[in-house]
Every structure is written in C-alpha cells, then in structure tokens.
Design a protein around this ligand. Sequence first.
Ligand code: SF4
Ligand code: SF4
Length: 477
Amino acid sequence: MSLEINRTGERGPIDFNQVEPVKFPGFVMTDGPSYDDMTRCIHCGLCLQNCPTYRETGMETESPRGRLYLMRTFAEGNLAADNPNLHKHLNLCLQCRACETACPSGVKYGHLIEKTLDELNHRPEVEEKRRNLAQNVLRWVVFRQLFPKPQNLRLFGLASRFYQRSGLQTLTRKLGLLRLPIWKKIGLGKIGDLEAMMPPISKPLFTAPESELVPARTPQRYRVALFSGCIMSVALARVNEATVRVLTRNYSDVVIPQAQICCGALNVHNGDRDYGQEMARHNIDAFEAAEARFGELDAIIINAAGCGSTLKEYGQLLENDPAYHERAARFAAKVRDISEFLAGIEFNRDFGRLEKTVTYQDACHLIHAQRISKPPRVLLKAIPGLELIEMRDSDKCCGSAGIYNVTQYDMSMRILDHKMERVAETGASCVASGNPGCHIQLQLGIKRSGLNENRDEPVEVVHLVELLDQAYRNGEE
Ligand code: SF4
Ligand code: SF4
C-alpha cells in the first residue's frame, strides 16, 4: 500500500492488488498490451540509428520512437484505426527488433507492434478500406491455406517446381506475362517482382521418416526433436537434411513429428494472432505426442531464426489460454536454435578442413529477438581451414523480414542493396546465415548487385549447418 497520485490523477492510497489492469480505449476487439509495456519508452532516441527504416529515410515517423508514439496515441483513442498514416508507418516497420537490443528502457517493441497490428486487423472499418479483393484473397490463401497446411504447401511447392523446371517460367518471363498492366489494375502490380524472388524449389522436398526417428550416429546422449518448418522443408530441404546429419553426429537421436505445422510466425507478425495461436496449440499437441511416444525431449531444435523466436514466445502467445499456457511455456523452454544447442554442449569436433572465406549475417530474429550472436561464431571458428571475416553492420537487417520483401518491396530492396555493399567489402566467397528468409534475400542480393560477375569463384549463400555438415564429411574422407 502506498500514497501516490494514481493513473486517473486522484490522490489516495493505492492497493495495487485491487487495481484493474488499464484497458486502452483504442483496443476494442482484442486485449491490447499492458499499461506498463505501452508506456515504457522514455523517448531517449538511442534506438534511432539502429533502425533500418530510420537510417533510410531520416524520418521520426519511420523510427521506433515515432512508431511507439503512434501506437500509444492510437491506444489512447486519439488516432482512428483507419488512419492511413498509422498504417503506412507501422507497415513499413520490418519488425526486426533491432530497437529492442538498443533500448535501455526495456521496451518490448515486437510485442507492442504485434498487438497493435492484431487490433487493427480485427477492426471492420480497417478491413473494409484497406485492401482490394485480390489482396484479400492473396492474404487468405497465404495465411490460412498455404502456410498452416503442410499438404497444401507441398502441393504448391511441387507445382512451383514444375513451373520452374518445365520451361514455363522462362516463357512467362520472356513474354512479360506478369508485367502486363492488368496486374496493376487488380492491385497486384508487384507480382512480376515477386515471381522473380521465388527461390528454386528443392528436389526432393524435406519429409520426416515414417518412423519419425533418426538415430544418433555417435554415442547417444540427447533426444531432441526437429522443428522442420514450412519454407525450409520446401525451398531449402538440404538445410534440414544437413541439420539432421549434424545433430546425429552430435550424440542426438532426432525425432521429427509428422503432425507438426508452420510455427505461425507470419500470422502473429501480420495481425492474425488468433490463427497463430491455433497453430501454436497444434504444434504443442504434436510435440507432446512425440514425447509420449519417444520419451522426454532434451530440446526442440530449430534452424530458422524467425520461427525460433516465435516458438520461444509460445508461452506469451497463449498467456490467456488456461488449457495451454503452462504447456506452451514448457514447450518454449525447450526450444533451441541449432547453433545455441551445439555451442551449449561439448560439440563433436571431428571436422575435416574446409578451405573457405566466410562472412556471417546475423539474422535479426537470432541476434535481436533471441540475443544469440556468439554461438554461430564459436562453431564457424572451430572448423579448420575456415576463415571468418566479420562484416560491418552484420547485425543490421537484410530487408527480408518474413513477407516484408513482398509487401514493402521498394524499401526491402534499398536495405538489401546496402547489405550487399557490406558483403562485397568483406571479399568473402561465402555468406552464412541462420534463417531461410535471409538466405533467399541474400541470394537475390547477389543477383541484383552483380557480385558474381567477373568472379572466378562465385559467392554462395549457405546456412551455418551446411558448413558444419561439409566439414564433418571432409573429416571422414
Ligand atoms: S523493429 Fe526494426 S524497423 Fe521496426 S522500428 Fe524497430 S528497428 Fe525499426
Ligand atoms: S524505444 Fe527505447 S531506445 Fe527508443 S526512444 Fe524509446 S526508450 Fe529510447
């Protein structure tokens, strides 16, 4: 009990156990953030130079501080939900969370923007105004039909592979079919750019074994599960395969539950929190069933930084679900990025030489959301023959940011072009990262920048585990 001026300006004793949590008037469809979370920014500005969109534009409204001010004004009911400027500035945020790392005040920026976008997405006046029919259909397909349903994603992957390999893609590009004015008329003017960004689809796609178990190749000490992800299984299946081989060489039985689905990160980051929660519940059930079948898991391993960050926040995502909250927190406590797991055990050092110059791009959701920067470097430095060349601004976003490179193509490309200047400065022949979005974006960056023109040895983009896997194989020869 203390005597203070309370939040409504009245003097008097406040029993904090009796105080109702503040409900912001702007949040009418969803719970909204807590008062403490929403008011933590002290406007110091220390985050500004860490924000990629502020660095590009120099505008306060494209900075963390400016966006926090907009979010608070909206929350307090002083900015309408359909205000176009609110949407413009929030949508231009990459949700890279570099501002969180820089902030001395502990502002949970990622949490605040997720909650605000969720509220805006639920408001009928926003839904009516915001998108045209084609964009609404696209959103429904991506968020409801493709990513949450592995069978649909696989079908899409197979169809895309056919398109890429049958000559249809070449023909479409030659005829400029995706650059026709009709696409602009129906609100899909960027479809040609999007098609150009499509990564080559893996052959074969990554599939969990029927038994759901890959046994350790070295004396077994750990039982881990692999969260195989959506994009990784379809566009970068070789990374999942390398992850399994690296884990089995590191004393681990690897359980791969077939019932798992996409982690829900895209939904959570794009104002579709309800569906993201459904996906989280589904995954918790799937991994608990795997534990019931194979025994307790020591860790749930993820090789995609964006997914890892969402999986580690399942407890928070389901905080108001009495049936799942504890189970979600237990699940989240077991999640480890592959680099975090390996660097945290006495990892197997039976590497052969791998003569490569490598630079490392920190994925935002690894360095900022999960605060993991040392483990990948410890692993890379342990490979004999590999020279790690640090890149300036390696902790700055590459512009991928989930589907940001689709929704905010122009800003994404500006940020990517700066990233490629930094890559080129290193002179490295290989860029390693720990996230499929960054991987695909950096591959695009190499094409855009012409980095491989006139080079004897082309610069390649790899996942960190591919380098570990190759070094183990070299050790066997
Ligand atoms: S999340 Fe990234 S882009 Fe968004 S405000 Fe923070 S630093 Fe800027
Ligand atoms: S978000 Fe943090 S670093 Fe940025 S202005 Fe607010 S208190 Fe300062």
